[in-house]
Write a protein that binds this ligand. Structure first.
Ligand code: T4K
Length: 364
């Protein structure tokens, strides 16, 4: 008899009885969205928890990315990583911006700051790096490049919930950072996201842009979008935040148990993930199976590991004809996408479930 399915993640939720009183309040008040009390409370509580000052909640990270680029009036060409989820580069296309793909660093799998200089042209206006698996980009080097060439720096921080560098939130680097609270993320509000701004003025512009550009009932100052988070999602966020430390601790314990066993295994390279948002491994030539053979073994055992991120963005039809999508320019990204596997990692993963995963890796 096949064993139960084991997925790459399982969303963390609070006890339902803790959420129900908030739902009753929403039902009674009939304030369902448009910056209601839950939205305001969650925005403040989350900013405090993350150690940032100016945070705008969104319905998801994709709309937040599109809005962040709008807020900074970015146009022309933007340098980005080919090793990401489609939302990163799609946000550029939705703004009529041309993505310029630059290869990644083979260790962190983040965009390689050393290669950015060669990709800058007179049309370049910004850089859109992604903190892959929550592992911080080389933020100081990237800021130097942005300053030297007068470029905007927007971080896709979808994976980087509660990541800090020298005690400072990673979200405070660059011009703007975008978080995701999708069901599959470390911290979820079913769907959700946020933009972190450096000052009140930028936050105000973003708050207007996510609400059609409204300033008041009679005044619309920008071609905004509907990017608002509902009261339902914000209320869930209020409850979820109380469990956030516990969730991060538990993820760390599960990740450490993998590390203890896998570090003894020849041919497996563990890719670091600061907040343990994923458990990515690279299957090297020294391992007895290829990545795809191993992937199939997992599937035969009803374990749904994932190839985040394969294919590369540059392999999709809307990008593959761009000169910067030429595989010759992207050897590290290609190598990572051919050999990556993300193993199941979530707080409620039991030791016996984790042993199912490890057994397959160890018995190859
Ligand atoms: N930038 C980056 C770098 C991102 O990685 C993402 C999203 C974004 C931007 C955009 O953020 P949002 O606009 O979504 O806020 C998933 C997520 O849908 C996506 O949010 C995430 N990145 C990406 C890395 O992973 P899929 O297509 O792999 O999801 P799916 O539905 O196959 O889910 C994976 C597994 O999780 C399932 O096998 C079972 C489990 N699961 C999933 C959902 C949705 C559940 O147990 N419950 C659920 O509700 O993209």
């Amino acid at each position: 008899m096949p064993e139960n399915p084991l997925y790459v993640t399982r969303p963390e939720l609070p006890p339902l009885e803790e959420f129900l009183p908030h739902l009753e309040k929403i039902w009674e008040s009939r304030q369902l969205t448009n910056s209601g009390p839950y939205h305001q409370d969650f925005e403040e509580a989350l900013a405090r928890y993350l150690g940032v000052e100016y945070l705008s909640l969104f319905c998801n990270a994709t709309i937040a990315l599109i809005t962040a680029l709008q807020a900074l009036r970015i146009s022309g060409e933007v340098i980005t990583s080919p090793y990401s989820f489609p939302a990163t580069s799609h946000a550029l296309l939705w703004n009529g911006i041309k993505p310029i793909f630059v290869d990644i660093d083979p260790i962190t799998l983040n965009i390689d700051a050393n290669r950015i200089g060669d990709a800058i042209t007179p049309n370049t206006t910004g850089i859109l790096p992604m903190h892959c698996y929550g592992q911080p980009c080389d933020v100081n080097h990237l800021q130097n490049i942005a300053d030297n060439y007068n470029l905007r720096l927007v971080y896709d921080a979808a994976h980087a919930f509660k990541v800090e560098v020298d005690g400072k939130s990673i979200l405070n680097f660059g011009d703007l950072s975008v978080l995701s609270f999708h069901a599959t993320k470390v911290f979820n509000t079913f769907e959700g996201g946020a933009i972190i701004s450096p000052d009140t003025k930028t936050k105000q512009r973003i708050d207007r842009l996510k609400n059609f550009g409204y300033v008041d009932e009679q005044t619309v100052v920008a071609p905004g979008i509907n990017g608002k988070m509902s009261e339902f999602n914000a209320a869930l966020g209020i409850v979820q935040i109380q469990y956030a430390d516990q969730v991060l601790e538990r993820r760390k314990a599960v990740a450490n148990r993998y590390i203890q066993r896998l570090k003894l295994l020849k041919g497996i390279r563990i890719v670091e993930s600061t907040n343990h948002s994923y458990f990515p491994i690279l299957i090297t030539a020294a391992y007895p199976l290829t990545r795809d053979e191993l992937y199939n073994r997992f599937r035969e055992s009803n374990i749904w590991v994932r190839k985040y991120f394969s294919p590369l963005l540059t392999e999709f039809p809307m990008y593959r004809d761009f000169p910067s999508a030429d595989p010759k320019n992207l050897p590290n990204a290609i190598n990572a996408s051919r050999n990556i596997l993300c193993l199941p990692l979530f707080p409620s993963l039991s030791n016996s479930e984790q042993d199912r995963v490890l057994k397959i890796l160890e018995s190859a």
